[in-house]
Design a protein around this ligand. Sequence first.
Ligand code: ZN
Length: 141
Amino acid sequence: MKVLFPHLAEFRIDGVRVAGPVVRIEAGTLGGEVACPGCGVVSDRVHSRYHRQLLDTAVASRETLIRLRVRRLFCVNSDCGRKTFAEQMPGLAARHARRSTVLDRVLQAVALAVACWCAADPASGGRGQSDDFAAADPRVA
Ligand SMILES: [Zn+2]
């Protein structure tokens, strides 16, 4: 799993299922104390749990969905304006994101390559030479 999904190394994998054209990964955070983003005081007092669903890079041409169980914690600092806060997922997804950070990077690389490809030969109406993709961005092979 860590070879295919290194961005999930810091999470607990509860299951992987293939359902037609979709790979579904059930995962969760490892627990423990988390620093409140408002005051920095750590807490492990669980308020509730909820699920986030993230679109991830494809596996064997199948769409990949990560269903991640996340905790909402109480801030234990009575002086803090936040009463609760959600665990964040550094390395996996930005706050409120619906795609993994890895998928975002792939999409940005593709968008950059297409933009460079179209700009390289505007007279062709965006139909540049196929070699232009590799020349536009070395990350795209
Ligand atoms: Zn706080």
